[in-house]
Design a protein around this ligand. Sequence first.
Ligand SMILES: *Cc1c(COP(=O)(O)O)cnc(C)c1O
Length: 222
Amino acid sequence: MQNSISAQIQELKNNIPPGVTLIAVSKFKTVAQIREAYEAGQRDFGENRVQELAEKQPQLPSDIRWHLIGHLQRNKVKYISSFVHLIHSVDGESLLEEIQKQALKAGRNIPVLLQVHIAKEESKFGFDADELIRFLEERKHLSYSQAPVHGLMGMATNTEDQEQVRKEFRELKELFGRCKRSYFQENPDFNTLSMGMSSDYNIAVEEGSTMIRVGSAIFGNR
Ligand SMILES: *Cc1c(COP(=O)(O)O)cnc(C)c1O
């Protein structure tokens, strides 16, 4: 028998250290399913599509912290700028510029993570490690005061090879440490490393993740 949503959340929470935030990835899930997780005490939810997020948000309690975890197009930032808690998928300066603009309009800060491409798979999205260092070295991020950078996000290769996954998470953790030491020494807000999903969150936590994004292990497969 499939465990209930609340049982899955409890089990996950029992399995992760207290310093790690669990984000329930609720893409494709109904408002009723999200409410069930909410009633089990879950407050952080992640969606990867703007339209879906913008539709669900008004139907659910206002103390939910909504995370945008998927690729974000500049022209869609405005639909979530009034409420989004953290954007995990900033992959370039032009997006950061737009988030800053919409944050100003909304009269709030919108914290972001910079997405780093760590997997072997080809992907259009995310900074390469050297691109990221160059970006920070040039102090580009400091121009966007209302889109403060709170950390990094990455996705490991989708593979059965656990050692490969571990190696990628370890590299991201090292990059995170290097960025923190070199560019965010005096900024305690740079403290979030978003890595790990249903299939690999155990490894991610062992390698220093502070935020895991878990969908199917909570809600079941579609
Ligand atoms: C869907 C998704 C997840 C969650 O994936 P599961 O395998 O269902 O846990 C995590 N991160 C991102 C960016 C996603 O799009």
